[in-house]
Design a protein around this ligand. Sequence first.
Ligand SMILES: [Zn+2]
Length: 292
Amino acid sequence: MKIIDAHNHPDWHGYDFQKIVENMEKYHIDQSWLMSWESPLKECCEGTAGLVCGSLFGKRDVAIPFERCVAYAERAPEKFILGFCPDPRDPQAANYLKAAHDIYGAKVCGECKFRTTYDSPDCTRLFRKAGELGMPVTLHFDYDWQTTIEKPWGEWWGGDMQNLEHLLQLCPDTNFLGHAPAFWINISKDDLWKQGPYPPEKAKVVEGGAVPTLLRKYPNLYCDISAGSGCRALRRDPEFAKQFILEFQDRILYARDYFDNIHQEFLNSLELPTEVLEKLYHKNAEKLIHDS
Ligand SMILES: [Zn+2]
């Protein structure tokens, strides 16, 4: 079966081009969406600077510059789909997105991981442009879990599920992928989000969470199951996960945001029909970038 990892980054967590290619081969991954993360480093927590390539190239102060995605794709064009999301707070952002699409063939607007609420006028303008260009938008959500007066560098990204719902209403012609802790904690309608980014390993899902509710209401919402957040949300209650995947089988994408194999291991343990796995592993990703 063809496998597309719909969320990864260049020069990330100690992996360079060669290591990423070897890692993809190890886990039978044919293609990866390779995305920038153009947040200024001063808005990232202190540990981030050691995990990313930002500040190593030129003077641009961004965590993962798009030029590194381009460098990988030039070396192995068949293996990488380019993703770029400019800082939406820059008034020229929509024009930068168009340039990345027209000049370099970027097909995804991502990763969007910025210290702003994603339904702001500036974000909305950028995401409407993404919709016009046929580019799906990968959104990272994190609540303000880490910040204290003593540790002011804590990260928050995107806002909450009300900001997401408002955005889905404002941009009905753009496809969005939800991702990260503050998205996935809302697979369940409980108070665990107040405690931190990750639910306990075996916390049963309570029906009525914002994620399934929004998926039922807005056909332009998709899910990216990458990282610990996506995997844990499914693994915490495998019975619920199976129902969730069957119901939203046309809008869930296999993705990693890292270099392990936890998502394949879990998905393959659920005894899902082959045609559902085909959608998760590649067809939904191919469908989303079909027109971009
Ligand atoms: Zn992310």
